[in-house]
Design a protein around this ligand. Sequence first.
Ligand code: FMN
Length: 351
Amino acid sequence: MTEMVLRPTTGRVAAPAIDMSTTLAGASFPNPVFTASGCAAAGQELDQFFDITLLGGVVTKSIMLAARPGRATPRMAETPSGMLNSIGLQGPGIEAFLDKDLSWLASRGARAVVSIAGGSVEDYAKLAQKLRGRPGLVMIEVNISCPNVEDRGQVFACDPQAAAAVVQAVKRATAPGIPVFAKLSPDVTDIASIARACVDAGADGLSLINTLLGMVIDTTTMRPALGGVTGGLSGPAIRPVAVRCVWQVRQALPDIPILGMGGIRTGLDALELVLAGANAVSVGTTVFGDPTAPVRVLDELARALVERGFDRFEEAVGLAHRPPVSHVPEDPDPVGDTPPPAPPVRFEGQA
Ligand SMILES: Cc1cc2nc3c(=O)[nH]c(=O)nc-3n(C[C@H](O)[C@H](O)[C@H](O)COP(=O)(O)O)c2cc1C
């Protein structure tokens, strides 16, 4: 196979004959690999390990209106094939974020996807308003896995009406041309119905999935391991759940862009989500053990696509939903008894 290289100056994967670009609701990205919210702050730390402009986009930690200290310690617990965190939405508040983080991302030339979070519909609207016209902003991700302080702490993402109200308010306050993606929780019975409510309310796309609610008890202290008692489960353990959610939402809403995430460690993990229907992917928990994981995943994904005969990344999006096209092979030995070779499996839409 011919050698593939990443060109640091352009951020494009210069794989021979593979176009890695992707489009999410009209926004163009040179490639489909992003960071995941909360796993790479605003990108400064990762930029010490690789040029963050190589990534399709940098998704920032969810930002709220005011500065927040986060939840009680300990805030992390290991689980088999996963991690449980109860960091809470610790952060500097929107003003400091705009001054320090977003301006840094813009000066670096990174494509910033700003994640916002709030305790009320009004909080979300105010955050979106503050982002209007900011250089560097290419997309907004609305983290609706937050308790609604005006409704007994009911998580927005678990109720179609509450989720829709947030999306509608954010969409109204957002400048035209900036896609608004709603980030959904897998902790619901029917994720497609929440997805549909968000899209009907104006969401341009969906991010799938946030962490699953979990809990660990320390058998030595015989008490909950996390200060916050429960936490969000992430990492390889949740990948099959992410694949299932992306698959179900792609099936229900065939034309809506999806940013897929959950347990991606390798290019093949990313490919799995793409085949299920993701138009781009975010790399999260893996970054804590391997800060170069996002660019490695990008390189591995490009190689995997070339090996499978694709010319463009976008040909692979949702391919697992399409039925295989059967090719009747020519029998090289029509009268003899040599069995014909097995046909290569090709799919509709594959070049
Ligand atoms: C430490 C940590 C902090 C996170 N913080 C946020 C956050 O601020 N906003 C958000 O929408 N998701 C947050 N997430 C969820 C991730 O963005 C991602 O959806 C989830 O972890 C699944 O991907 P992964 O398994 O690759 O980590 C966080 C995850 C982790 C592990």
